[in-house]
Design a protein around this ligand. Sequence first.
Ligand SMILES: Nc1nc2c(ncn2[C@@H]2O[C@H](COP(=O)(O)OP(=O)(O)OP(=O)(O)O)[C@@H](O)[C@H]2O)c(=O)[nH]1
Ligand SMILES: [Mg+2]
Length: 677
Amino acid sequence: MHTIQDIRNIVFTGHTGAGKTSLIEALLFQAGETTQQGVIEKGNTVTDCDPLEQQHQHSLYISVATAHHAGCHINLIDTPGYPDFQGQVLTALSAADTVVVVINAVAGIEPMSRKIMEWASQQHLPCMVVVNRIDAAPDKLEKCLQEITEVFGRECLPLELPVNHAAQVVEVYDHESGAADFSSVAAAHTALIEQVVEANESAMEHYLEEGTVPAAELHEAFEQALRENHLVPVCFTSARTGAGIPELLDIIAKLAPNPLEATPHPFIRHQGEKTVETWAVPDPDKPLLAHVFHVEFDPFVGKLALLRVHQGSLKLGSQVLVGVEGNPVKIAHLYRLQGKERIPVQQAVAGDICAVAKISEIEPDTILHERHEDDGVEISGMTLPTPLVGFALRAKKRGDEQKLSDVLHKLVAEDPCLRIEYDTAANETVLRGLGDLHLRIALERMDKQYHVEVEAAPPRIPYRETITKSVQAQYRHKKQSGGAGQFGEVQLEVEPLERGAGFEFVNRIVGGAISGSLIPAVEKGVRQVLASGAISGHPLMDIRVTLVDGKMHSVDSKEIAFVVAGRKAFMQAVAEASPIILEPLVDLEVTVPAAAMGDISGDLATRRAQIHDAQADAAGNMVIQAKIPLAELNDYASRLNSLTGGEGSWAIQFSHYEPTTEKTQQALMAKYQVAEV
Ligand SMILES: Nc1nc2c(ncn2[C@@H]2O[C@H](COP(=O)(O)OP(=O)(O)OP(=O)(O)O)[C@@H](O)[C@H]2O)c(=O)[nH]1
Ligand SMILES: [Mg+2]
């Protein structure tokens, strides 16, 4: 049974293709967890265990495996490197004590790695850089290290150096001299130790006075330097040849922080109206606090929740409380995971990672706890990016609607950056994600894993209608067929308001031409048109409607008559007030390699974009800022991918409404008339 001191929680992050999954595979093999090292191309790695991951040869979800080495229980968390799946990385950070950013030695620092480094330092998480694929670029490693210090900072220092033309590596924490492919072991050792002792006064004193630091004190200073991001060690590996793999495993066991040495993860506690920051105490004997950092659905065990125990111990057969409701549940199945394999365990102590199955009350981010006073505890995580790219979905087969809805809820539970929206105006279910690939993988999963056939179409663009001049209109509603009749007459004035002003209804009736009790009926009629649109079926905005006059009948003037009169008068007024259709514009930020700049701006020009800024960032990429109609972005993700070879990224945010083109307006109006007939 391992203790908290034996645990290491390492999350592997970095740009797609850097070799995270392969690296974990090599570490598992080195530690003797597997008898054969799996290969991405064969689809037989431990952590790419999902059929879609194997088919695409890319990780899509968080996956956990454990290596046992030098008395340590090392939890290795694999994450996807595609930007579309960054939600998985952000949630995995909440379970980790060390963030390993894997860099592809051939490609150097790529966009996702830079982003992850920022996130990790925002959270003060200990970081390590692993330069992988050194077999493929033995001559580029010195330059790669230089780039790392330039981009990530001078805290990045080699903890290893490649030797024998990158066939091996030498660790420079213990080794004080020897040759290396570049620099020297002595120089790297001195630089590392000097950086470490700067973090700790007593270690610094020993170093200055005696030239050496006692091992335990140096270890403590090393951990402190990691926590303060004063040191980011750089290692070198080849998952393919095995170079640097035994050394990396040793380093993880010896120098990566255990949960007691790591940066504690912050929690918040809701106390009535107030929220206060709080910390878990990584002590197995304290009351339980365990955080669900990932949920997945297994065809055999159903809902499987991955947890990091932050305080106390989670025991098989125990009763725990779930989330803010504090509902009691029994832990009937407790596992540790080895990719898709579930290994039953009796308990998970503070600091450890485990999985529980078949507890329907558990959602992503749920806290399992023991005392009702902890019902209001939540983990305080990073803000996730907003999913903006969408598909409107419909089940192909009639009767599959409920199945589709169930599947969508599962997909959203598995990925915090997928979202379901219901557009009631269009009667559409829209699935939103961070990009085209994100949504396409979700569609593929619906088809291949859940066997529900769907039709996907671009979602309806939220167009709006408005008017461009002021007019008055009058309408008399009169119905006299048997019994009591209906009579109502209203005179309205409509005026355009400035963009974004919304809607105003003003009553200017004086002298009781319409009784006060019937005026809300007129407004009701007007609002019906406001919501459903007058010319294209889209809501109206930026309009003031003034009720200027009207007539009533002492017997026949009921509410319904004035609702109808209000509606008809408003429709008539809008038709005469030169109505136009507005479309939403968004602020678009595109980051692309400088070489792709020409193609990208040319393409944007064909999409009616107005580029207002283009600047190089620190890594030499171009960052373009533009305003662009949302309607022009339906296929942008795949276009950007093909123009930049997958190197581009983009983000949008709503900006404002502007009149759409004459052509779009005519098309929308024609479509509406056809639908109305
Ligand atoms: N030459 C060489 N190839 C490697 C090495 N490590 C991984 N690869 C190859 O690089 C490709 C990507 O490896 P993965 O392990 O899937 O990379 P990843 O970082 O997990 O990628 P994502 O899951 O998409 O984020 C595969 O074809 C691997 O065989 C290495 O050390 N040397
Ligand atoms: Mg992977």
